[in-house]
Design a protein. Structure first.
Lengths: 669, 154
């Protein structure tokens, strides 16, 4: 079976190379049959990769311990669901998942466009298959998931495997990597269309219209992947952190930031025919950052607890990345004329300018994260001295940038396209600003003095006001015209322009997340050794450790504390934080107990047992943290609305300045 | 009952093999610890924030801070001692001097460069010489078109 799997990978690699050559030669020599056969090769690659992936999963589920990958990531007593998720628990398997998802996307793109963009598609196919071939090369040769354990020429099997890392045996971790990969890999599609458009000098913005939904779906997957990872860290690692600025976490954030900038700036190209070069740069950067992130996770260039084992594939990634950057830079410089802006900027105080500033801040934030991630490596290379870049660096640099971005989230929708007059600005900004400042004043009156938290809460109210006002103004106008009630009018309004109002809902999601982030300024924590029967106090909470219970199952032994939580003298809940000891992996993990509420989470971790046998409890109060997850759900909802076709088909006639009115022109009626 | 409780505690102790003793982070330790990075390799927290109970770096680092505070050393002297022992990687953030100043400057330099780029972009796209004066007849034609379009609206 392992031979069939390895052979399928080898054949898929050969067919991917054929698809590249067939597409390009077919296009250059005008041989339609070659282009068609290259497209069929894409389907064949998908079939062969599906076969390989199926064989690997079958081996994992049936404990085929002759395979090195299975022996390293599965043990007999693991639940079947985690045997399945072991597919992406290690380097080779996760690369196979990456490649398989890419093959699914490639097959879908080729199928969707089998009768469209015949000029551009050969180049799109070739671009997609270059990446496909690269990853196939990795899993066919240096990192095959079908390597067998052998002594000399004798294939052997171990009696039981090492099992999956216990920290990964958690529901969010079961879906976090595939979701993240769906995002990482998906950005290749708009990149491939951008390259196809650039190479063939396509007139208009066909590539943007075609790939807008792709970019949005991909961005949604990336958002879900990042936030599921944050949720996993919060619920599993036992310290209540959802973001630790680890290089691997940063690697997933970087393409998300540039992807966000891209989703904003494409509006400028669609509506005004501006920023064409910039959009090419943005989508290319997003693709490069996806590859860079994959490289950082797998090469050992930066040290991270989340990274896969160090492997020699870093240099292959570096060559692949450098070659792509060189080609893209050449193509953009060579076709600058074709990427010329179609309209002019009429005023600095305009929606167009707000998009420019939004892009600048997003890119600055992306750079700051990338810079912090790579600076230890750069510093060591330049000065020979090791240096740490820890969470305080990222927070000091990114918090102000994030707050400015939040300000722009509120300001952008208030400014008109083309130009805004002073009067209209006054009208638009007055009440949101008053509401924001009033919030800051009230919070200061309540004794809050944390500077960034105050600013953040003020901005959250400012942005919420602007978003809600947009909905109300539109809905009232529709209600007045159609006689619908406010709720129905809001649905109608959203349905008429799903992209705009879905976008506002996403902005609201970001507000919710900022509320959650700001709550961190008021966290409380206590680490204490307590005997069963004893109590301790944390803020307004009294926590009584009632009992210590224990048990076991085939996979692990467990012990959990029974903790009664009282707030202001009233009983609230009983929590059971647990500690597990996994047999195969010989590793301990903690299963924290969390009482989640919108105002605050009570978070208790059974951290271990002290020197005198007393349980050690880590208790935390995390104010407002649940708003991050509320924001997560709202973000999904808003993005899904953006994906619904609008009821009114929107046309974006490009604004063109024909000329200026001379003094002797007639006065407008 | 007492016997079963003791046995439960022993089981729990076995579960947590290798863990002994907890440590509390007092405000005094926190005051110094925020300047020192945790070098355990598993997190990006500071010695003050690291929540791993038996962290092989933060726990001894906190003990060291307590010992030096008992000797009456100032906060900065304790930080300097860590730097002397571990090198400048002991600091949570790059020092704002020499080459490492670049770590702090670069992100804001990028914003500055971006602002210059936007200024250039705005100037280029707003160049008035490219905008011809509009003929009054052309303007009238557009106005009539607008009036016609508006009159057709319900």
């Amino acid at each position: 079976m392992e031979n069939i799997g390895a052979l399928a990978l080898l054949l898929a690699f050969c067919l991917a190379v054929y698809a590249i050559l067939g597409s390009l030669i077919g296009k250059w020599k005008s041989k339609a049959f070659l282009v068609l056969s290259a497209e069929r090769a894409v389907y064949s690659v998908w079939f062969l990769l599906t076969l390989s992936a199926g064989l690997l999963v079958y081996s994992l589920l049936t404990n085929d311990f002759r395979l090195s990958y299975v022996a390293g990531h599965v043990n007999r007593d693991m639940p079947w669901i985690y045997k399945f998720t072991a597919w992406w628990g290690g380097q080779e398997g996760s690369l196979l998942l990456w490649t398989w998802i890419l093959s699914c996307y490639c097959a879908l793109v080729v199928f969707q466009n089998r009768r469209k963009f015949r000029d551009m598609m050969p180049y799109v196919t070739a671009t997609l298959m270059v990446t496909q071939a690269f990853f196939l090369c990795l899993i066919t040769f240096p990192l095959s998931p079908f390597q067998v354990l052998a002594v000399g020429r004798e294939i052997m099997a171990v009696p039981d495997g090492n099992g999956l890392n216990p920290l990964l045996q958690y529901w969010a971790m079961a879906i976090h990597p595939p979701t993240l990969y769906l995002g990482y890999v998906g950005f290749i599609v708009p990149f491939a269309f951008a390259m196809g458009s650039l190479i063939t000098r396509q007139p208009g913005d066909a590539w943007i219209h075609t790939t807008r939904r792709w970019a949005l779906v991909t961005w949604l997957f990336q958002s879900c992947g990042v936030l599921l990872g944050a949720g996993w860290a919060y619920a599993v690692l036992g310290w209540g952190g959802y973001w630790g600025w680890d290089p691997v976490e940063n690697a997933s954030l970087l393409p998300w930031i540039t992807g966000t900038a891209f989703l904003h700036s494409v509006m400028m190209q669609e509506k005004k025919g501006m920023m064409k070069v910039w959009n090419m740069v943005l989508i290319s950067s997003t693709f490069f950052l996806c590859i860079l992130g994959t490289m950082l996770t797998r090469s050992g260039i930066v040290s991270s607890v989340h990274a896969f084992a160090q492997s020699p594939i870093g240099k292959y990634f570096a060559i692949f990345l450098a070659a792509h950057i060189a080609v893209v830079v050449y193509l953009i410089l060579d076709r600058l004329e074709y990427l010329k802006s179609e309209s002019q900027l009429e005023s600095v105080v305009s929606r167009e300018s707000s998009f420019l500033f939004n892009n600048l801040l997003l890119l600055a934030s992306c750079f700051a994260v990338l810079w912090g991630t790579l600076f230890p490596v750069i510093s060591e290379a330049v000065t020979g001295e090791k240096i740490s870049v820890d969470a305080p660096f990222y927070n000091r640099v990114n918090v102000p940038i994030g707050l400015f971005l939040m300000l722009l989230t509120g300001v952008g929708p208030l400014i008109a396209w083309r130009r805004s007059s002073l009067d209209s600005l006054k009208r638009a900004f007055l009440w949101p600003t008053v509401a924001g400042l009033a919030t800051i004043g009230i919070l200061m009156g309540l004794g809050i003095r944390h500077f960034y938290a105050l600013i953040s809460f003020g901005l959250c109210v400012f942005v919420t006001w602007t978003v809600i006002a947009e909905f109300f103004k539109g809905a009232i106008a529709i209600g007045a015209k159609t006689g619908q009630n406010l709720a129905a009018a809001m649905v109608e309004l959203t349905h008429r322009n799903t992209r705009r109002y879905g976008g506002y809902i996403v902005h609201l999601a970001i507000v919710f997340m900022f509320i959650g982030f700001s709550g961190a300024a008021f966290n409380l924590d206590k680490t204490i050794e307590v005997k069963p029967g004893e109590s301790f106090r944390l803020g307004a909470w009294d926590l009584k450790v009632k009992d210590l219970q224990q048990g076991e199952n085939p996979n692990y032994r467990w012990g959990h504390l029974v903790v009664d939580a009282w707030k202001n003298g009233a009983y609230v809940a009983t929590l059971k934080p647990e500690k597990r000891s996994y047999r195969a992996a010989r590793t301990d993990t903690t299963e924290v107990a969390i009482r989640r509420r919108l105002n605050e989470d009570l978070y208790i971790n059974f951290a271990g047992v002290g020197e005198d046998g007393r349980p050690v409890v880590q208790a935390y109060v995390f104010p407002l943290v649940s708003w991050i997850w509320v924001g997560f759900v709202t973000l999904i909802f808003g993005t899904l609305i953006c994906l619904v076709p609008s009821k009114v088909r929107l046309q974006f006639p490009k604004t063109k300045v024909l000329g200026v009115v001379t003094q002797d022109a007639p006065v407008p009626r | 009952m007492r016997r079963s409780r003791v046995s439960l505690l022993l089981v729990a102790a076995a579960l947590c093999l290798g863990q002994s003793g907890s440590q509390l982070v007092t405000p005094e330790i926190r005051r110094v610890g925020v300047h020192l990075g945790c070098l355990c390799g598993s997190c990006k927290n500071t010695v003050a924030d690291c929540a791993m109970l038996e962290c092989h770096y933060s726990k001894p680092a906190r003990m060291k801070i307590i010992a030096m505070q008992k000797e009456g050393r100032a906060d900065q002297a304790i930080v300097d001692q860590f730097v002397k022992d571990e090198g400048r990687r002991a600091l949570a953030v790059p020092p704002a001097e020499g080459f490492h100043l670049l770590a702090w400057i670069a992100p804001f330099a990028v914003i500055g460069a971006g602002l210059v780029l936007i200024w250039w972009f705005v100037r280029r796209l707003r160049r008035p010489s490219e905008t011809p004066a509009l003929d009054a007849r052309v303007l009238d034609r557009y106005r009539e078109q607008i009036d016609r379009d508006i009159s057709q609206l319900d």
